[in-house]
Design a protein around this ligand. Structure first.
Ligand SMILES: Cc1cc2nc3c(=O)[nH]c(=O)nc-3n(C[C@H](O)[C@H](O)[C@H](O)COP(=O)(O)OP(=O)(O)OC[C@H]3O[C@@H](n4cnc5c(N)ncnc54)[C@H](O)[C@@H]3O)c2cc1C
Length: 400
């Protein structure tokens, strides 16, 4: 028998594919219904896949070719076909973001569809069952310690996720189990998590969102992201912030984020400001939400009614810097409580890249978020969970 631990995105797919090999499969899940991260994903709409995927946007401390090989194991077009034809969920493209969502825009359809498919294929799902330990049986196979007593299995798939949003069921037990069994781990950190900090000019801008470009520098690295930016009550969120947040959470050294609020260059701003005889803030507000325009002018030290001809040189320089390279004040981040994924995890060098079987323990497979790789916002992380879940399921089923 194959036992899959964790009925999240990766575990549901792993169990279905393990069952497709003809083996009996049992799926153990600690919550009463499983797939809770799928339910809250994509703002309740579930961004199930990206329409195209750039593997170089994944982050891993393991050799990148191992991560790329795993992604290639199930091409995006085949993943899409699986969801549309086998799970029975028609998908729709959101053309401005390139994200794929269920046509119904209901994440619940994805979770329920995956549970239904696994059940139809003959997977036995056991909810309200927490796995606390795993050890090799004296003979072949594995002994699994669960909250409902011990179980034995020929092959085990660990699909317990990482540490993000623990109330969905993933509290890191599976990572601890993998570590206790001697697997190499890359240090964990919250990723795709909102950042905290103050507002330009001390204004309350919560709720304002706009497309921006962010350049991050720190820890000897620079990286740029582009996309939506959202002012929250505690700081900043939106894809451009989430995608760069690991630069902040991963290191203890200082990281500097500079934001360009529009795609306008310094000289475009300079020319337009020089040409105005009216209020400078009104020129800025032609291109930015008004409250943000006022706040940036205040942050640059301009009196609210400063007019173009009165603008001093140092005021102009300060304003243009805030418009094109605003130094975002950072106080911290919202951690695992709000992180969409966990960075770090089981070293990809400790699993066979064609099967996801542990190199240390034959018959043990690992998949999903607990592995050392994550992608940006946009359906990348489900693509990872589906692809690695399928690969582990097929390989475990062949030996189960
Ligand atoms: C708010 C939010 C929004 C997101 N939106 C998107 C999105 O739109 N698109 C995208 O691609 N990604 C999104 N993600 C990321 C995505 O949800 C994860 O990458 C994905 O769910 C990881 O799948 P997983 O199966 O590895 O882990 P999980 O989904 O975390 O599943 C792990 C499962 O294992 C169970 N479990 C854990 N420990 C035990 C144990 N000891 N015994 C028994 N069961 C156990 C848990 O209860 C859980 O059901 C989002 C994440 C969050 C938090």
């Amino acid at each position: 028998m194959v036992v899959v631990i964790g009925a999240g995105a990766a575990g549901l797919v792993a169990a279905t594919f393990a069952r497709s090999t003809g083996q009996p499969v049992r799926l153990l899940e600690r919550t009463s219904d499983g797939g809770r991260k799928i339910l809250i994903s994509g703002g309740g709409r579930c961004n199930i896949l990206p329409s195209s995927l750039q593997p170089e946007r994944f982050i891993t401390d393991s050799p990148a070719h191992l991560m790329r090989g795993l992604l290639r194991s199930w091409p995006l077009t085949e993943q899409r076909t699986f969801f549309e034809n086998e799970v029975g969920i028609p998908l729709a493209l959101e053309s401005d973001t390139g994200k794929l969502f269920p046509k119904s825009n209901r994440a619940r359809d994805v979770r329920d569809g995956l549970v239904d498919l696994a059940t139809r294929r003959g997977v036995e799902i056991q909810y309200d069952t927490t796995v606390n330990g795993l050890r090799r049986s004296p003979g072949e196979g594995w002994q699994i310690e669960t909250s409902r007593g011990p179980l034995t299995a020929t092959a085990v798939i660990l699909a317990t996720g990482g540490l993000s949003v623990p109330q969905t069921g993933s509290d890191g037990t599976g990572l601890r189990i993998a570590q206790d069994l001697g697997h190499g781990m890359h240090p964990f950190y919250p990723a795709l998590t909102p950042l905290t900090g103050g507002m330009p000019g001390g204004a309350d801008l919560a709720g304002i969102s706009l497309p921006v470009r962010i350049r991050a520098k720190g820890d000897g690295r620079t990286r740029e992201t582009a996309g939506g930016f959202l002012f929250t009550h505690r700081g900043y969120s939106g894809p451009s912030v989430l995608d760069i947040s690991d630069m902040v959470t991963k290191t203890t050294s200082e990281v500097f984020l500079r934001v360009s609020w529009t795609d306008r260059t310094e000289s475009q701003w300079r020319d337009e400001i020089a040409a105005t005889t009216g209020r400078v803030a009104s020129v800025v507000a032609r291109h930015l939400p008004e409250r943000l325009a006022e706040a940036l002018c205040a942050d640059a030290g301009l009196p609210p009614d400063r007019r173009g001809p009165e603008l001093r040189r140092e005021e102009r320089l300060a304003l243009i810097e805030r418009l094109t390279a605003y130094a975002l004040p950072l106080t911290g981040n919202e951690g695992y409580k709000r992180a969409e994924v966990t960075g770090g995890g089981v070293a990809l060098t400790d699993i066979h890249s064609r099967t996801l079987e542990s190199v240390r323990h034959p018959g043990l497979f690992m998949c999903g978020e607990m592995l050392d790789a994550f992608g940006p916002i946009g359906g990348y992380n489900f693509a990872w969970a589906w692809a690695t879940g399928r690969l582990a399921g097929l390989a475990a089923g062949r030996m189960g």
